[in-house]
Design a binder for this molecule. Structure first.
Ligand code: PGA
Length: 253
């Protein structure tokens, strides 16, 4: 099995202006040689995807795409093919904010992931339990069920899964290292059941939810964690670069 290259992706959500694209160059400069062993990607708002990709400094991703593959009468929607045309390599689908704020369910998330593959993008498919579900002892079941229903059945290994417990997103709370290890083991098992053992072994599984310079080193040291999806701390180059530099693969270069 080829080793999985760590991926650290910034999710800017609905933040930033054109001038903030300078943070991409600053992040890459500060991360320096660490970038050789770690893939660093940026997911700015859709309005800035083309400009971010045109910088040619790092892979760029969208934060969402339509579940419809062809063009059509879908006011306000952006297709995966359009993101690819703008130079994107990734697209986040099924983020917990889309699931909660826009009522997106697993079936739609799966259609979006399929559209991403059809357009040549790697989807970053987000799954994870709510606090209520964790308290009820259902974190594993809920996450496994989301994986079974959100990941397209024949997905190739360029799929990225992001385990993002909903209660850890934007909250400054994170699971313990043991909990993250458990959930990542379970996520890879659920992925193997869905797409086969060898594709699942090649897919990267990121942790997301309140990753910061303070906790990044510990999170990256957990077996089965192939990187991170970072929200708030990806907006400023100094914060994001500190996370990148905390990865063990950063010091290998
Ligand atoms: P956060 O967001 O790092 O601000 O918690 C993570 C995410 O939503 O992807």
């Amino acid at each position: 099995m080829t080793p999985r290259k760590p991926l650290i992706a910034g999710n800017w959500k609905m933040h930033g202006r054109r001038a903030d694209l300078a943070e991409i160059a600053a992040t890459m400069r500060l991360a320096g040689a660490a970038r050789e062993g770690i893939e660093v990607a940026f997911c700015p708002p859709a309005a800035y995807v083309a400009a971010a990709a045109a910088l040619g400094l790092a892979p760029v991703g969208g934060q969402d795409c339509s579940g419809q593959q062809g063009d059509g009468a879908r006011t306000g929607e952006i297709s995966a093919a359009m993101l690819a045309d703008c130079g994107a390599a990734y697209v986040i689908v099924g983020h917990s904010e889309r699931r909660a704020q826009h009522g997106e369910g697993d079936e739609l998330v799966c259609a979006k992931a399929k559209a991403a593959f059809a357009a040549g993008l790697s989807p970053i498919i987000c799954v994870g339990e709510s606090w209520r579900e964790r308290e009820a002892g259902r974190a594993a079941d809920v996450t496994a069920a989301q994986i079974a229903a959100s990941v397209p059945e024949s997905a190739p290994a360029n799929l990225v899964l992001a385990y993002e417990p909903v209660w850890a997103v934007g909250s400054d709370r994170t699971p313990t290292a043991a909990e993250i290890a458990d959930m990542h083991r379970l996520a890879r098992e659920a992925l193997a059941a869905r797409i086969g053992v060898s594709a699942a072994a090649g897919a990267r599984i990121l942790y997301g939810g309140s990753v910061s310079a303070r906790n990044a080193a510990e999170i990256f040291s957990i077996t089965g964690v192939d990187g991170a999806l970072v929200g708030r701390a990806s907006l400023k180059a100094a914060d994001f670069a500190a996370i990148i530099l905390a990865h063990p693969a950063a010091s290998a270069h």
